[in-house]
Design a protein around this ligand. Structure first.
Ligand SMILES: Nc1ncnc2c1ncn2[C@@H]1O[C@H](COP(=O)(O)OP(=O)(O)OP(=O)(O)O)[C@@H](O)[C@H]1O
Ligand SMILES: [Mg+2]
Length: 250
C-alpha cells in the first residue's frame, strides 16, 4: 500500500489554476525530487500535502486513510497530519525568541504534550543527530543559515514523521553552507526515510532521489528514474528546463 496517495489534486488561486489534477503515489522509502520552473506549483504541491494550503478538489490519503473524509478539514486532524508529514522550508521558519533546543522542543511540548524534561532529552538527541549538540542554547540570530536549517530539520525529526517534505532547503544558503545541509538530508536518505524534495541541486537529486518528477503548468509533465529524466528526458519542456540550468555533474 502507498504511504501517500494523491488523486486529482487541484488548487486554484483566484483565476489561476496552479495544480491541475495531480495524481501521485509514494511508497515507503521513496525519495522523490520535484523539479520545475519558478511558478510551476512545486511549493503549492508540498503545502497541500501538509495542508498549509487546502486543496480545492481531490483527495490525499495517508497510510490508507483519506484526510478530511467528509470533505471538510478539521484542524485537529490536520495537526496530526502535519506531524506525520514533516516540512522543512527554504526560510527555516524558526521562532526567533527561542533557542535552538527551544525550537525543537516546541512541537513536543504543545502538540505531544511532553514534559519539559522529556522534550528536552528528545530535542537534544535530534540536535546531536544534525551535528548541533553544542548549539542547543543558541538563538537563531546567532546561527549560520546552514545551522538554522539543521535546527529546522531536527525540529521536523523530533515529531517522528513518516514522511519529510523539503522545499528548496538550501536555496537561501550561501554556497559554502549548502553541503552541510545536503549531508544531513543524505544521511536521512541512507536511513531509508521517505521524502519529497523540491530542489535545484540537480546533481544531488540525481544521486539521492529514487524518482524525479518534473512539474509544468500544474501537472506532472514527466517522471521517471534520475537516469531517465535527467539524462534522457523525453519531453521537450523537460529538456529546455534542464538546459536552462547551469551545468551539473553527476
Ligand atoms: N498564497 C497564494 N496566493 C496567490 N497566488 C499564489 C499563492 N501561492 C502561490 N501562488 C501562485 O501560484 C503559482 C505557483 O506558485 P508556487 O510557489 O507553488 O511555485 P513554485 O514552483 O514553488 O515556484 P518557485 O520555484 O519560484 O518557488 C504562482 O503563480 C504563484 O504566484
Ligand atoms: Mg517554491
Amino acid at each position: 500500500m502507498s504511504l501517500l496517495q494523491v488523486r486529482g489534486l487541484t488548487k486554484r488561486f483566484g483565476k489561476t489554476d496552479v495544480l491541475r489534477g495531480i495524481d501521485l503515489d509514494v511508497q515507503p522509502g521513496e525519495r522523490i525530487a520535484i523539479l520545475g520552473a519558478s511558478g510551476s506549483g512545486k511549493s503549492t504541491l508540498l503545502r497541500c500535502l501538509n495542508f498549509m494550503e487546502m486543496p480545492d478538489v481531490g483527495t490525499v490519503t495517508l497510510d490508507g486513510k483519506v484526510i478530511g473524509p467528509s470533505g471538510k478539514y478539521r484542524e485537529s486532524e490536520l495537526t496530526q497530519v502535519r506531524q506525520r508529514v514533516g516540512m522543512v522550508f527554504q526560510q527555516f521558519n524558526l521562532f526567533p525568541h527561542m533557542t535552538a533546543v527551544g525550537n525543537v522542543m516546541e512541537g513536543l511540548r504543545t502538540v505531544r504534550r511532553q514534559s519539559k524534561a522529556e522534550a528536552r532529552t528528545r530535542a537534544e538527541k535530534e540536535l546531536a543527530r544534525v551535528g548541533l549538540a553544542d548549539k542547543a542554547e543558541t538563538y537563531p540570530a546567532h546561527l549560520s543559515g546552514g545551522q538554522k536549517q539543521r535546527v529546522a530539520i531536527a525540529r521536523a525529526l523530533a515529531m517522528d514523521p513518516e514522511m519529510l517534505l523539503f522545499d528548496e532547503p538550501t536555496s537561501a544558503l550561501d554556497p559554502e553552507l549548502v553541503g552541510e545541509v545536503l549531508n544531513v538530508i543524505r544521511s536521512l536518505a541512507d536511513e531509508g526515510r521517505t521524502m519529497l524534495l523540491v530542489t535545484h541541486e540537480l546533481g544531488f537529486a540525481y544521486h539521492v532521489a529514487t524518482r524525479i518528477i518534473f512539474l509544468a503548468d500544474g501537472t506532472i509533465h514527466e517522471q521517471g528514474t534520475p537516469d531517465e529524466v535527467l539524462k534522457n528526458p523525453r519531453q521537450e519542456r523537460t529538456r529546455a528546463f534542464l538546459a536552462s540550468h547551469k551545468q551539473f555533474s553527476f
